[in-house]
Design a protein around this ligand. Structure first.
Ligand SMILES: Cc1ncc(COP(=O)(O)O)c(C=O)c1O
Length: 187
């Protein structure tokens, strides 16, 4: 309580942000400079990611096999997005073949999914997912709230376009930092 607070433009604070960005790039295994740290909850960063990357009536396909897949559906719906879903029983993950069939069936702008579904513990494999999405000219958006810092993530190798995470669940930094990677090819 007695520590002097840092202003948001204080050079010490700016250096701290730079360091956090650089460490985030390491843990996410990306070279993308648009690795942005902000404060808030996991839901806040989910909203920040969607609000800044989708537009009214964009078609977004969301893979749902647990609570947080549904959370993404709710959030995207509030932004007026044309939300499509593919679902599986909770605890299961989607195969490349299933995703590929869904991409053929819908004319999409974005595919969104949860990397590690906190409600079930299931890890969605992401290898080749980006390559598949880019074949159809769509963006891949990934929730890494429960994977960042817990399991290896290779955003660049996997071709992930947009990702967000939150520091409290795995990294264990309390109630402060949310990390948002705006890994958008158009930026
Ligand atoms: C995978 C995932 N996404 C999003 C969230 C939302 O985070 P919050 O509860 O901080 O709003 C959580 C929270 O547990 C989560 O596990």
């Amino acid at each position: 309580m007695k520590t002097t607070q840092l202003g948001h433009l204080d050079p010490v604070f700016l250096a701290l942000i730079d360091e956090i960005q650089s460490l985030l790039r390491y843990v996410w295994q990306t070279e993308n400079p648009h690795t942005i740290a902000v404060s808030g909850t996991g839901t806040a960063v989910m909203e920040a990611t969607l609000a800044n990357t989708v537009e009214l009536e964009d078609v977004v396909l969301i893979c749902v096999a647990g609570y947080f897949g549904n959370h993404l559906v709710d959030m995207a719906g509030r932004y007026g997005v044309d939300v499509r879903t593919i679902t599986k029983p909770w605890g299961q993950v989607f195969s490349l073949h299933e995703i590929s069939r869904a991409l053929e069936a819908h004319k999409l702008g974005t595919l969104a999914l949860v990397h590690a579904e906190t409600s079930t513990g299931a890890r969605q494999p992401l290898e080749e997912m980006g390559e598949l999405c880019h074949k159809y000219g769509i963006l891949l958006l990934v929730d890494t709230v429960t994977s960042l810092g817990g399991i290896p993530i290779f955003l660049d190798d996997w071709g992930v376009d947009l990702a967000y995470s939150w520091s409290q669940i795995i990294v264990g930094v309390k109630k402060v930092w949310v990390v948002l990677l705006v890994h958008h090819p158009l930026l």
